[in-house]
Write a protein of this length. Sequence first.
Length: 206
Amino acid sequence: METAGLLLVGAVLFVNGMVLLGHAQPRNAAIINIFVGLLQTAIPFHLLITAHGSDDILKATPLFLFGLTYLWTGVTNLTGGEGTGLGWYCMWVAVMTVVFSAIDFFHFDDPKQAVIWLNWGVLWWLFWRVLTRPRPEHDRVAGAAAIVMSLWTCSLPAVLTMIGWWKDTPAWPVIVATVLAAAAIKWLSRQTVHAPEQPRQRQTVL
């Protein structure tokens, strides 16, 4: 169940990245944001109800961070509201990702997930900049980051988990992927510098 949710988080991040790069309107992305937001709210509720101990609760609770993010995004995009409140929420989540990264590293002995949490923290921080300090270059970097991270921190781990390969993957490929992702984000954001931007309202687009 969590794996299916992670795969769809990859999908919504990819779509939102396209919005930030000017290839789609925020309103067009509202449906997938609301759907994934509802899913990422229902899944942790189910996991909490069926939890067998504090570790199960600790693993399930962070999923609410994703659910609220995408629900808030989808509803605001659909209604045409502004996103400064969500922006400051993203800053809080960015700080919390450091906490959950440390928990995965020291408590669950899962360095792969610890590194991925730090990647997500950077992404939430970029969305804070987009929503509270709107500038075209912020949109480009955050859009590129959303697209790249949708593939390597969500879609790829989800697929590898489904086929049983993720568990045995060592930590070093995740670290290498993080470095390559940073380079890809830099390259992609530069490629879109001169791309024509569609006119859109300043809405939540992550």
